[in-house]
Design a protein around this ligand. Structure first.
Ligand code: VGL
Ligand code: ZN
Length: 210
C-alpha cells in the first residue's frame, strides 16, 4: 500500500505568508491532482506554540537566519510562522482537504523543532506517523510540499531510514533557498539516500497522451 504525504501546505509558507516560499502556491494544484490516486493521503502541519524557540522573536538580539543550538542540534531562526490555530497555520484555501485521512502536527514542543513528519530534529521523540502508516500496511510513501530544503527533505530522509520506499514528486515541491541552490542540493541528497525522484506526470499520465 502506498500513501501520499503532503508537507506543510499552509498559508505561512505561501506567497504573502510570514515564511513565504517563492511560487509555493503552485504546488497546491499538484496535490489536488494526485490525492485521488492514493488510497491514503496524510498532510503534515507545522504547528508551533507562540513561544517556539525556532522563532527569532523569542531570542532577544538574534535575527532571522541566525543559527543557534536547540536540543543539541543547530537551529536556523525563522520569522514567527504557523502559530497554532492562527490563519497562517491553516491549509491553503485551494487545497482539497476531503481526501486527507490524517493530519500530523509537528513542531509542537517549545524547545525543539521538527522539520520531519516522523521525528523531532533531535530524533528523540516521534510524531506517531510511523506507527500510523505501519498499522495501515503502508510500505511506500510519495512526498511533496514545502519546503524542499527543510521539511520535505527531512521527511523523505527519515522515511528512508525507516525503510519505507520513498519517492519525491519534484514538481510538487518548492524550496526556501536561504542559500541559492539549497533546493537542488536537497534533491541530490535525497537521491543519494535512495529516494526516487519523479514528476507528477509520471503518476497522472503525460498530457501529450490525451
Ligand atoms: C519549514 C522552516 C521552518 C518547512 C518549517 O515547512 O519546510 N521550514 N519551519
Ligand atoms: Zn516551523
Amino acid at each position: 500500500m502506498r500513501a501520499l504525504l503532503l508537507v506543510d501546505l499552509q498559508n505561512d509558507f505561501m506567497p504573502g505568508g510570514s515564511l513565504a516560499v517563492a511560487d509555493g502556491d503552485a504546488v497546491v494544484d499538484v496535490a489536488n491532482g494526485l490525492a485521488p490516486l492514493f488510497p491514503l493521503v496524510v498532510a503534515t502541519t507545522d504547528w508551533h506554540p507562540r513561544d517556539h524557540r525556532s522563532f527569532a522573536s523569542n531570542h532577544p538580539g538574534r535575527r532571522v537566519g541566525d543559527v543557534v543550538e536547540l536540543g543539541g542540534v543547530p537551529q536556523v531562526l525563522w520569522p514567527d510562522h504557523c502559530v497554532q490555530a492562527t490563519p497562517g497555520a491553516s491549509f491553503h484555501s485551494s487545497l482539497d482537504v476531503a481526501p486527507i485521512g490524517y493530519v500530523v502536527r509537528k513542531g509542537t514542543h517549545r524547545d525543539i523543532d521538527s522539520y520531519s513528519a516522523f521525528f523531532d530534529n533531535d530524533h528523540r521523540s516521534g510524531t506517531g506517523l510511523e506507527a500510523y502508516l505501519r498499522e495501515r500496511g503502508v510500505l511506500d510513501v510519495f512526498v511533496m510540499g514545502l519546503a524542499t530544503d527543510y521539511c520535505v527533505r527531512a521527511t523523505a530522509l527519515d522515511a528512508v531510514s525507516l525503510d519505507f520506499g520513498v519517492t519525491l514528486v519534484a514538481d510538487g515541491c518548492r524550496a526556501v533557498e536561504m542559500q541559492r541552490g539549497d533546493g537542488e542540493r536537497a534533491i541530490a541528497e535525497m537521491r543519494a539516500a535512495g529516494v526516487g525522484v519523479i514528476t507528477s506526470e509520471h503518476l497522472l499520465g503525460t498530457p501529450e497522451s490525451k
